[in-house]
Design a protein around this ligand. Sequence first.
Ligand code: NAD
Length: 276
Amino acid sequence: MEVFTDRVAVVTGGASGIGLGIARALGQRGMKLMIADLNEETIESAVRALRVEGVPAEGVRCDVSKLEDVEGLAAATLERFGAVHVLCNNAGVGLPTSSRNIKLEDWRWIIDVDLWGPIYGLKVFTPLIEAAGEGHISSTASMAGLISANKMGAYSVAKHGVVALMCALERELRSKKSSITASVLCPGPINTNISFNSLSYRPERADAVKTSTIKGRQGASIQASLESGMAPDEVGKLVVDAIENQKFWILTHPHWAKGVQRQLDALREDQSLTKA
Ligand SMILES: NC(=O)c1ccc[n+]([C@@H]2O[C@H](COP(=O)([O-])OP(=O)(O)OC[C@H]3O[C@@H](n4cnc5c(N)ncnc54)[C@H](O)[C@@H]3O)[C@@H](O)[C@H]2O)c1
């Protein structure tokens, strides 16, 4: 996509962190923004911040794990701006979870938000973006979508699904010579409050992830790695660059791809998960 000015972008999970960074970067290129998120107050404050920066922005409450909410988001965007050109499926939750001990409620919640969210996004928005004639769909996965991390089972399953979804979409779009392009963002550590935000949204019955886990030693080490991570505004610029220059993979820490290579080497050489 070459022209950004006066075109319309929807960013889910756009009220904070990476989503707000993406919204800001798209706004700086002249796009109009629809911010979708869960909490009315954080949506309002993100919209206000964007408007102060001169970006035409609106916000709507939308739980991406509910199809009817995603349909409502599309309707609100068309009503306010008349078209959609860019969708960033970015809303997500992430907490450390053991694959063996995690409660089914936690599995469902993480898969519902992190994987069904992007699936609903594609289902609802692809025809609208096609109708606009040109555009882009980006989904936020993770490096955990390329390598399954220890103690991140449900998150890794969801994010591998997002990577597969976007690979399949991009191949389909290219095979039918569509004017839409797709990308998948696979961040390494980014300086956001994802751990604490996720804890605050976790369903009540899902207690496999104890607050103490996230506040304890493991939580502290995850938090420390996020705090020393890349700034969300920098991630936003990488997304704009990918949309403009038709890059499919968006890596914030490209050197981490060596881990993917090691896994492929082990697969070919001795069929272990990771060669010793
Ligand atoms: N921070 C990192 O290091 C990192 C690394 C890799 C991938 N990611 C991914 O980046 C994306 C953004 O995360 P972030 O780090 O900016 O964290 P964040 O918590 O700042 O942003 C996530 C946003 O999604 C929203 N959200 C959560 N559940 C939702 C739902 N059901 N419907 C709508 N909105 C919902 C939250 O309110 C929040 O605003 C996520 O998909 C996350 O998995 C983050």
